[in-house]
Write a protein that binds this ligand. Structure first.
Ligand SMILES: NC(=O)c1ccc[n+]([C@@H]2O[C@H](COP(=O)([O-])OP(=O)(O)OC[C@H]3O[C@@H](n4cnc5c(N)ncnc54)[C@H](O)[C@@H]3O)[C@@H](O)[C@H]2O)c1
Length: 344
């Protein structure tokens, strides 16, 4: 048996892809600590849940007593912290859960890990890492032609990104003040199988498949960098294995797209992949096919116009690069959702 990795938020979109990767490609023992909020999906773990290297714990990162007990029971070598409230729109409608989980939860986890780390001896202590998984949204809005680097200033715009920025600062403070061995990564927008339908790409695919309006915020010209979730997971693993303590690594797909172009691409691919659905739309008078479902809605308050990430550091220092292009990743994602939609 290899190293013991405690993952928080392993029943979520990225966390579950990470758990599947670790069980399928390494000899690590994985403890998945998750509160099972609305965003979780245990079906995403069905393919690995019977592994004798996998253990699930239903728990909240704000619960220090339970965290302390799990740390002493499983004595992890690595913590990978993904648990978070993650949807910007929800953070605007109700920020409280974001402050609680993303800030207080991260603080509580750091304190439990600090106590645990100070109890470790020799080699176990030497190898211990706390990997904090964060977002490029902490850097805020970006002018045309610029890229976020690891040295960019923080300027978060939404309650979500402000709470993630706070959690990044806490992790760095626990490194600098208490010597907790941390690494951080900040990633751009992910997409792929098992993402919650409230996010742009799954929402577009699912609404198109059932003939529902596809909402686009404002003018649809907001630019995001897109990364296939399995590429992100490989990047996380290389940060974990080879990242330097105290360092931050930006992770991105080098794939800037305007929201409207993302939606148009999905509509065009769907027309090729599921022509039956588009024919029935055409029969009801929508000659434009899936694109006829696009509906512009009021822009999100405080909406950042552009994010774009410079991931040269992780490419140069850790030898990681994305495998999927946007076209190939989106094709795989659509095929997965079409298959899922066929099951219901
Ligand atoms: N999705 C993206 O595009 C993206 C991009 C960059 C970074 N991130 C970051 O990666 C991480 C994972 O994102 P995701 O999209 O998989 O999120 P998600 O919303 O799909 O999953 C979050 C998971 O955390 C769990 N959770 C929430 N509150 C908890 C708590 N108090 N205690 C324990 N578990 C709790 C949920 O049950 C869920 O399983 C987050 O920290 C997010 O900020 C996401």
């Amino acid at each position: 048996m290899g190293r013991v990795i405690l993952i928080t938020g392993g029943a979520g979109f990225i966390g579950s892809a990470l758990v599947r990767f670790l069980i399928e490609n390494t000899n690590c023992f994985v403890v998945n600590y998750d509160k099972l909020t609305y965003a979780s999906n245990l079906e995403s773990l069905a393919s690995i849940e019977s592994s004798n290297r996998y253990h699930f714990v239903h728990g909240d990162i704000c619960d220090k007593v339970q965290l302390t007990s799990i740390l002493s029971q499983f004595t992890p070598d690595i913590i990978m912290h993904l648990a978070a409230e993650s949807h910007v729109d929800r953070s605007i409608d109700g920020p409280a859960d974001f402050m609680q989980t993303n800030i207080i939860g991260t603080y509580t986890l750091l304190e439990a890990c600090r106590e645990y780390y100070s109890s470790l001896k020799d080699e176990k202590k030497y190898g211990f890492r706390f990997h904090h998984i964060s977002t490029d949204e902490v850097y805020g809005d970006l002018a045309e032609g610029e890229l976020f680097t690891e040295k960019s200033s923080y300027a978060p715009s939404s309650p979500y990104s402000a709470s993630k920025a706070a959690s990044d600062h806490l992790v760095r403070a626990w490194y600098r003040t208490y010597g907790l061995p941390v690494v951080l990564s900040n990633c751009s927008n992910n997409y792929g199988p098992f993402q919650h339908n409230e996010k742009l790409i799954p929402q577009t695919i699912m609404n198109a498949l059932i003939g529902k309006p596809i909402p686009i915020y404002g003018n649809g010209l907001q630019v995001r960098d897109w990364l296939y979730v399995e590429d992100h997971v490989r990047a996380l693993y290389s940060v974990l294995c080879d990242g330097e303590i105290g360092e931050t690594y930006n992770i991105g797909g080098n794939c800037e797209k305007r929201n409207i172009d993302v939606v148009n691409t999905i509509c065009e691919l769907l027309e090729k992949l599921v022509p039956g659905n588009v024919n029935s739309l055409a029969a009801s008078g929508n000659a434009l096919g899936f694109k006829s479902l696009i509906t512009y809605v009021d822009d999100r308050p405080g909406h950042d116009v552009r994010y774009a990430i410079d991931s040269n550091k992780i490419q140069r220092e850790l030898g990681w690069k994305p495998i999927e292009s946007f076209e190939s990743g989106v094709r795989k994602t659509i095929a997965w959702y079409v298959n899922e939609a066929g099951k219901v």
